[in-house]
Design a protein around this ligand. Structure first.
Ligand SMILES: Nc1ncnc2c1ncn2[C@@H]1O[C@H](COP(=O)(O)OP(=O)(O)O)[C@@H](O)[C@H]1O
Ligand SMILES: [Mg+2]
Length: 250
């Protein structure tokens, strides 16, 4: 059994006066891919932002290695080894791929070995090194965004919906990149609505609804259980239900 790299226990987060996370607990074991699933508005992005210190948890504990992250600044959390790839990617369209990555370094210099390693995972970064990032496809932009998060060594990568808005044909190369990350034993907490993408990468799954964790377990079991998928994810993967049918649900 691998040791947990990150552990959340009974985490609550208030955002602009609203009680959004209402007791979130789960573990991210080292060298594993944990997929965070749930309907829109379930609290997935809020969970990542809370781990990263972008929202302050109002109660509970967030422990990374042996260090509490509560009350720690986002910059310090990044320095401790946590990378965050936000939903909107946060890249600079007018700058080249190289400039985007350079701005993400702390020292203003690249570590050549690290770059070679990044290129091996994301070949398009090498290919389009001096191209404006804005000219790349959605999947390639997402690689720039992840490359920015990983240009220096990190122990845990949080990624928010990498396939969102990306053309289905281009999702595959992104999938290959994630598969390489997984093969290199990267610890990932991945928010992903695309179940086929998520199920092939994930070791375990955490399902949220209305600011709470409603299920945790192995991805293998979850991926096989279509009843569980429709119960927890509703319209995302199951046929729409009429209001009359919905009334009979527990
Ligand atoms: N800046 C904000 N101000 C107020 N409410 C917010 C804000 N951001 C998110 N929320 C609310 O928090 C809940 C969870 O949102 P979010 O974490 O983005 O869900 P998910 O990523 O699972 O779709 C939603 O009900 C959303 O409306
Ligand atoms: Mg979200």
């Amino acid at each position: 059994m691998s040791k947990s790299l990150l552990s959340l226990e009974d985490v609550h987060t208030h955002v602009e006066g609203f009680h959004i996370l209402q007791g979130v607990s789960f573990e991210v074991p080292e060298n594993q891919v944990v997929v965070l699933l749930g309907r829109n508005g379930a609290g997935k992005s809020t969970t990542l932002r809370t781990i990263m210190g972008l929202w302050a948890a109002s109660a509970g504990s967030i422990v990374f290695r042996d260090q509490s992250l509560r009350g720690v600044s986002t910059a310090q959390i990044a320095r401790a080894g946590v990378a965050y790839v936000p939903e909107n990617m946060g890249i600079f369209s007018g700058l080249t791929v190289r400039q985007n990555l350079l701005l993400a370094t702390r020292t203003g210099r690249f570590d050549p070995d690290r770059l070679d390693w990044l290129f091996s995972i994301f070949p398009p970064l090498h290919k389009y090194w001096n191209f404006p990032a804005g000219k790349l496809s959605g999947g390639q932009k997402q690689m720039v965004s992840i490359g920015r998060a990983m240009v220096e060594k990190r122990s845990l990568i949080l990624v928010d919906e990498p396939t969102k808005g990306i053309a289905p044909l281009l999702v595959e190369s992104l999938f290959d990149a994630f598969l390489r990350l997984k093969q290199m034993n990267t610890t990932l907490l991945l928010v992903e609505q695309n179940l086929s993408f998520a199920s092939e990468l994930g070791d375990s799954v955490v399902v949220m609804d209305e600011g709470r964790v409603v299920h945790t377990g192995s991805m293998e079991t979850f991926a096989r259980d279509t009843d569980m998928q429709s119960r927890y994810l509703g319209l995302s993967f199951a046929a729409p239900q009429s209001p009359a049918e919905t009334e009979h649900l527990p």
